[in-house]
Design a protein around this ligand. Structure first.
Ligand code: 2NL
Length: 343
């Protein structure tokens, strides 16, 4: 027993005089003395060689040694730090944090999503289609005569390699494809990019975004059209918005109407956007022309429908006061980051 006591005294001196300057050395100390194969465990193993009558005294000595070593380890950790806290202790907590630049949704996406979700609640489902179209789906099926000015090269981008292909000028071509493949009742909303051969300016661009809607069933009336669009603008702009319908003309609808809303910029007091009239036009609409229905084999004596189309940029301008169409595609973060937090 005395031999073990002497050994422990020697170890105690070793532990006492142990110096560490780095966290790695503290960790080495832990492994050497307190690890599963460390000195404390090894000496504890010596208990089995101790005579029965000495076991109690020996147990006490060993326990004291263990506490002594643990105390030293705590001291080393507190002054230098151990590996598991090394990194934490090396951090300068007063430094400013790392900045993550989180992207924002594009304003046109925000507005499109909001519009789509309103129409979803009325039972309209989203349909999409190709941006490169043929003449039939873009013009022919929509009752546009061969000589219609919209078909002119001056207005429409035709594909050089195959001039029977073009960049769609409206998303009506998507609805055409729906009528081609589905039977009434049809209730779709078609958001998407469309192309027109325009000189780029604050008020015109060679591409922009549209949402068109189409509802075909038995007994669909002009009253349904008005109520649907009135509901939409109330949900989008707020209950106080006023609407008015003006007769208009589109080859694909009869009768046709344009819808104005009370100016959201000046609250109808008069401004540049409403040209001091208090009203701004936001969409075109009408009852689907019987010829368009018959183009897809839909019996126009049994079924009627309404359709409408609006520019997303226009709605976005009224909602967020964007006054230059070019801002939407210039990718200037000074513009884009203004929509942070807009859901
Ligand atoms: C506008 C006018 C409109 C339609 C689009 C349509 C679609 C089918 C049948 C009939 Cl499949 N009509 N779409 C109808 C009226 C107006 O858009 O000013 N858009 C920006």
């Amino acid at each position: 027993m005395q031999a073990i006591i002497d050994k422990i005294e020697g170890y105690k001196a070793e532990v006492k005089n142990f110096v560490a300057t780095k966290a790695d050395e503290v960790e080495n100390f832990r492994i050497q003395f307190l690890g599963t194969k460390g000195l404390v465990k090894t000496i504890m193993g010596e208990m089995k060689n101790v005579a029965n009558e000495d076991k109690k005294a020996m147990g006490q000595i060993l326990n004291e040694f263990k506490i002594f070593v643990e105390q030293k380890f705590d001291d080393l950790k507190n002054t230098i730090g151990s590996n598991d806290t090394a990194e934490a202790n090396n951090i300068d907590w007063s430094l400013p944090g790392t900045n993550f630049n989180v992207g924002t949704r594009h304003p046109l996406s925000l507005v499109r999503n909001k519009m789509v979700s309103i129409f979803n609640r009325l039972g309209f489902v989203v349909a999409e289609g190709p941006e490169v179209e043929d003449d039939w789906h873009n013009f022919g099926a929509m009752n546009l005569p061969e000589n219609h000015p919209a078909r002119d090269m001056q207005d429409t981008f035709y594909i050089n390699q195959n001039p029977s292909w073009l960049l769609r000028t409206h998303t009506s071509s998507v609805q055409a494809r729906i009528m081609e493949t589905q039977k009434p009742p049809i209730r779709v909303i078609c958001p998407g990019r469309v192309y027109r051969n325009e000189t780029i300016s604050a008020r015109a661009h060679c591409f922009f975004h549209q949402i068109e809607g189409l509802y075909i069933d038995e007994n669909v009336s002009f009253a349904d059209l008005k109520q649907t669009l009135y509901f939409f603008v109330q949900e989008f702009f707020g209950k106080d918005v006023k609407v008015r319908f003006r007769p208009s003309y589109f080859p694909f609808t009869e009768p046709s109407a344009e819808m104005d809303i009370s100016c959201q910029i000046c609250d109808s007091k008069g401004c540049n956007v409403c040209k001091h009239s208090g009203w701004v036009e936001i969409l075109g609409s009408g009852m689907v022309h019987p010829k368009v229905l018959e183009n897809f084999g839909i019996d126009s004596n049994k079924y009627t429908g309404f359709a409408f189309g609006m520019g997303i940029e226009r709605i976005c301008q009224l909602k967020y006061r964007v006054n230059d169409l070019r801002l939407y595609s210039q990718n200037d973060v000074r513009f884009l980051k203004q929509f942070t937090g807009v859901v």
